[in-house]
Write a protein that binds this ligand. Structure first.
Ligand code: SF4
Ligand code: SF4
Length: 220
């Protein structure tokens, strides 16, 4: 039961700042923001901050704004329609690029690239990396894809009840630990990368950022 933005929206963007899964978007020139119903986790944070009460849970929406349910969903159908997941070749190059960065900095890590649904495309573990790193890297990538954000942004939310209930429903795969990065093309998430095994979380992030350069040079 996702939340929906109606035509009452005044485009100030306040809700975007609080959404933990980054599922509120618009485009230049659009008259309002929209919520992706496939990603919204019903946390109600946007409804709380909206200064003009433009946001409703879909089941509670006033009848005069009922058309907004399809308008919100339609916005994302249009903008996501032509996107595909990270190409397999690029995913493998990202794994190699992350490991090259790690090697150059004396680190041993594992890296996993997943598609937008959190399914693995490419995965690798450097010789000498901790055996658990591969599983952790997958969990970070899965989490970044599910929440459509960098997992570092979820760390402050780690003790929130809604996050724990999601972790349970995702069979423990949700991991609010730094090192997962969502991969976006326009407003569409086309996958995510997760890195684990470095001494510090910031080093995992740097390995992942080094890998993203593969997509930048490919024009994504
Ligand atoms: S209810 Fe929560 S997850 Fe859904 S759009 Fe609002 S802030 Fe984002
Ligand atoms: S907080 Fe309300 S008015 Fe502001 S962008 Fe979001 S829906 Fe629109």
């Amino acid at each position: 039961m996702p939340y929906v933005i109606t035509s009452l929206c005044t485009n100030d963007g306040a809700c975007v700042e609080v959404c933990p899964v980054a599922c509120i978007h618009t485009t230049p020139g659009a008259s309002q923001f929209y919520i992706d119903p496939d990603v919204c986790i019903d946390c109600e944070q946007c409804e709380i901050v909206c200064p003009v009460d433009a946001i409703f849970k879909d089941v509670d929406i006033p009848v005069e704004h009922a058309a907004s349910i399809d308008l919100n969903a339609g916005f994302f159908r249009r903008h996501k329609a032509v996107r595909g997941p990270v190409p397999v070749q690029s995913a493998w190059e990202m794994v190699h690029r992350a490991h090259a960065y790690a090697e150059a900095n004396g680190l041993k890590v594992a890296t996993v690239v997943v598609d937008e649904a959190g399914c693995p495309i490419a995965a690798g573990r450097m010789g000498g990396a901790d055996p658990s790193a591969a599983e952790l890297a997958f969990n970070k990538a899965y989490t970044a894809a599910a929440f459509q954000v960098a997992t570092a942004e979820l760390v402050p939310q780690a003790r929130q009840p809604w996050l724990w209930s999601l972790a349970i429903s995702h069979h423990g795969r949700i991991m609010p630990a730094a090192g997962g990065i969502a991969i976006a093309e326009g407003i569409a998430i086309i996958g995510a990368i997760g890195v684990a095994g470095a001494h510090r979380a910031e080093q995992d992030i740097l390995c992942g950022q080094a890998a993203l350069a593969v997509l930048e040079s490919a024009g994504h």
